[in-house]
Design a protein around this ligand. Structure first.
Ligand SMILES: C[S@@+](CC[C@H](N)C(=O)[O-])C[C@H]1O[C@@H](n2cnc3c(N)ncnc32)[C@H](O)[C@@H]1O
Length: 352
């Protein structure tokens, strides 16, 4: 028994307890707009912040106490005021766009809602279906939209050889597992000569996507309900994309093979998946590894298993992804760099 180690671990456990707790309070700060109100406002008392944000003072004061004691905001005890330091602003405000990690903190509460299901699943080996995550589409859309806004048109699409030229002239692109369709809508607006199809099996995601397309007056886009494992298209698209939509498939190999068949010869498939290696040993030093394995257990692996699937997990990683892409028939698989999308790997694949 190493007493020093035991004491250090006690400190770690207290930190873990506090971090779990504060992630929920950061999520609340994001959802209530408290961080956005504090940004650039200088020192504020709880009364001033409550008034400015039109929220209940007692709740705001308790939230501020958690934010101050965790170091998210500065506290001046001499006048009981709180300030969001300029160095913290991008990481917790909507103005921070893709840098805003407060968006991600919403997953703590979302995943907490299915803890009972997941505990049962540990005993039975069963999965947890998508229907058990009522807020998933909204949260996923919010999280990925910030990344799409920052990267899709300027970096992600230009990484596909010839894509900008083809889409400018007029091409067909499909996004499989499109969710609420933000990527498809950005592309449809930027490339009016091309046609875009979003596929998903979530009615909620598709309804949001369709209503946003009609609000924007876009006529070059369709959102189609389909299970990607039954996608039956041959040589139909110049480009197919998936964003974070393969690892949680029940039948990833069948879906990739369907995508391969759907791409025209000489066309491309862009597969964007969470950045990880396929082995735990290599992921041990990755700062996002714990979050990935947790989201995997509480969602990605479990929804796949619920569909009778393989449960690849969020961190199925580069090596295994490449194997699956090759097995599906893709050639010239390269990894593209998108600096502002730190959480994902971009596999650009060609169909010969
Ligand atoms: C992690 S979300 C990503 C959504 C979107 N691509 C984004 O980045 O915001 C995965 C999406 O794939 C969809 N999906 C999962 N399995 C599917 C299947 N077999 N067929 C069609 N869609 C599927 C889910 O409904 C969900 O919208």
């Amino acid at each position: 028994m190493d007493k020093v180690r035991a004491k250090a671990f006690m400190g770690s456990m207290v930190n873990i307890l506090n971090s779990g707790a504060v992630s929920m309070m950061v999520s609340i700060g994001h959802r209530t707009g408290l961080f956005d109100t504090m940004a650039g406002a200088g020192p504020l008392t709880s009364d001033q912040l409550a008034e400015k944000s039109e929220l209940n003072e007692r709740y705001v004061r308790e939230w501020l106490a958690a934010m101050a004691s965790s170091g998210v905001v500065d506290y001046d005890a001499s006048n009981d005021s709180f300030e969001l330091p300029v160095e913290h602003q991008a990481l917790v405000t909507r103005a921070g766009g893709a840098l805003n990690l407060a968006t991600m903190m919403q997953y703590t509460a979302l995943l907490g809602q299915v803890e009972d299901d997941v505990v049962d699943a540990f005993r039975t080996g069963a999965g947890v279906p998508y229907s058990r995550y009522p807020d998933f589409q909204r949260l996923m859309a919010e999280e990925s939209a910030a990344v799409f806004d920052a990267t899709l048109l300027d970096a992600t699409i230009p990484n596909i050889p010839g894509a900008v030229e083809a889409l400018t002239e007029g091409a067909a692109l499909a996004d499989v597992g499109c969710g609420s369709g933000h990527a498809v809508l950005l592309l449809a607006e930027a490339f009016p000569n091309s046609h875009f199809t979003g596929f998903d099996f979530s009615d909620e995601g598709l309804e949001t996507a369709r209503s946003r397309a009609s609000e924007a007056g876009l006529t070059n886009v369709d959102f189609v309900a389909v299970d990607a494992a039954e996608l039956d298209a041959t040589d139909a698209f110049d480009i197919v994309t998936t964003f974070d939509a393969i690892h949680d498939q029940a039948q990833p190999a069948i879906v990739l093979s369907n995508i391969h068949r759907a791409v025209k010869p000489g066309g491309h498939y862009l597969c964007v998946e969470p950045k990880a290696a396929s082995s735990l040993a290599e992921n041990m030093t990755d700062p996002m590894a714990t979050f990935q394995y947790t989201v995997s257990t509480m969602h990605c692996m479990s929804v796949s298993i619920a569909g009778g699937g393989e449960g690849l997990g969020t961190a199925w990683g580069t090596e295994l992804t490449t194997e699956f892409l090759e097995t599906a028939g893709f050639e010239d698989i390269t990894m593209a760099e998108v600096r502002a999308d730190r959480a994902n790997s971009h596999f650009v694949c060609r169909k010969s």
